[in-house]
Design a protein around this ligand. Structure first.
Ligand code: SR1
Ligand code: MG
Length: 400
């Protein structure tokens, strides 16, 4: 930690000013901290003409818990490096890095304040017709260009070691695959859910399926993942979709990001049952969310397959049928990881405002029960999803 200090607003402002890169020399600057995420400090530095940049700084611990949960500062380097690599292959949907200081665990980013965080928008009933297409484009491009299809074995191995991210992976390993399936202090659910949680924790078939997903998360370095594709990591407006915050990035299974994203759409789908009382409005939102899931899988599979058919360098992976086999396995993984996202967001440490923001306690409980049921069924049936159509059939049968 030599050379590291955690900034306050005045220090962040001074740092940006001294760089002399982003504002006129005589600009009058203002800076404030507004981070509301689980881990970091986030400052906005702005001049009086409306120009601004974001300064993001990692703390040596998880902000939402405090110093009792130490975390490596190296996550700031990883986040900036993932953004640079993902931005190189998918600039339209990746927030831009403007400056990086690994000693201070600090990154300066373009300010996306003209856009809005997807989660809040979905919660208030807004829809974004290109969301599925854009996120799928990001996931297909970033995952293909960092996979064995495209990188040479030597390049890939060097990159895997550059993105070893043990602290942040441990958070996912614990919060997705361990805590919800045993009695853990960090779990968080209402006592009215206790009997459902007890059944879940005694379900041997479910725990075996989760163990397989965890093992794949441990040891399938298929690509450089974002690592935390939830609705709070996506900025949107009618014409833009930008991914932020890949500090959980590492080389892992391609289905993990895809499943996390679809899981967040499904959490919102279920939450609308407790948020919107108008039946036609709720039906419209449900239709939109399901069509976004379809769009995501359609575009992801089509784009990944197109890239793989035209740009695969490895001879053996060019063998007839391999790309289609690979994408079937990715789909099964995605369905499984999607299920674990639903379960952990319902009874684990980190919830979503989609559900927690439902004011009526009975309605909230009903949605939590639905999320827990859907999540478990997806984990249990993921292996049966040989095609998108199998997945949609399964989903429709579970959402009745
Ligand atoms: C202690 S971190 C909790 C959650 O927030 C992050 O955004 C990840 O989703 C993580 O699981
Ligand atoms: Mg985050």
């Amino acid at each position: 930690m030599a050379g590291y200090i955690a900034f306050d607003s005045a220090q962040a402002l001074e740092y940006v000013k001294n760089l002399g890169e982003f504002f006129a020399k005589d600009a009058v600057l203002n800076c404030y901290e507004f981070g509301d995420g689980n881990l970091n400090l986030v400052f906005r530095v702005e001049d009086q003409q409306g120009h601004s940049v974001i300064v993001k700084q990692a703390l040596p611990y998880a902000r939402c818990v405090g110093e009792s949960w130490p975390l490596s500062l190296d996550r700031a380097r990883i986040e900036a490096s993932v953004l640079n690599r993902h931005g190189a292959v998918c600039p339209n949907h990746t927030v831009k890095v403007l400056h990086q200081n690994d000693t201070l665990a600090l990154t300066i980013l373009e300010d996306l304040g003209h856009l809005a965080i997807l989660r809040g928008e979905l919660n208030s009933g807004s829809t974004f017709p290109a969301l599925g297409r854009d996120v799928a484009t990001y996931l297909a491009s970033t995952s293909f260009y960092h996979s064995d299809f495209y990188l040479s074995p030597a390049e890939k191995k060097a990159l895997v070691s550059e993105f070893i991210n043990p602290d942040l992976c441990a958070i996912t390993e614990d919060l997705f695959f361990d805590d919800p399936y045993r009695q853990a202090e960090r779990n968080n659910y209402p006592s009215a859910l206790s009997s459902e949680v007890a059944k879940l924790q005694q379900n041997a078939a479910l725990k075996l399926a989760v163990a397989k997903l965890k093992a794949k998360f441990f040891s399938s370095p298929q690509t450089l993942l974002h690592g935390d594709v939830h609705s709070g990591s996506i900025f949107v407006d009618a014409n833009n979709t930008k991914l932020i915050d890949p500090e959980f990035g590492f080389f892992g299974p391609i289905g993990f990001d895809l499943g996390s994203f679809i899981g967040n759409l499904l959490l919102n789908y279920l939450a609308q049952n407790g948020r919107v009382s108008s039946v036609p409005k709720r039906r419209d939102l449900h239709t939109y969310l399901l069509s976004t899931i379809h769009q995501t899988l359609d575009v992801f599979q089509a784009r990944f397959a197109a890239l793989a058919h035209s740009h695969t360098r490895d001879l053996s992976l060019q063998s007839q049928g391999y790309i289609e086999y690979f994408l079937r396995e990715v789909l099964k993984d995605a369905v499984g990881y999607c299920g674990t996202e639903l379960v952990r967001r319902t009874i684990g440490l980190a919830h979503v405002s989609d559900i927690d923001g439902i004011t009526d306690e009975q309605k909230r409980l009903q949605v939590q029960t639905q999320a827990l049921f859907l999540g478990q069924q997806l984990v249990l049936n993921a292996d049966k999803c040989e095609s998108k159509e199998d997945f949609y059939q399964l989903l429709l049968s579970l959402l009745q």
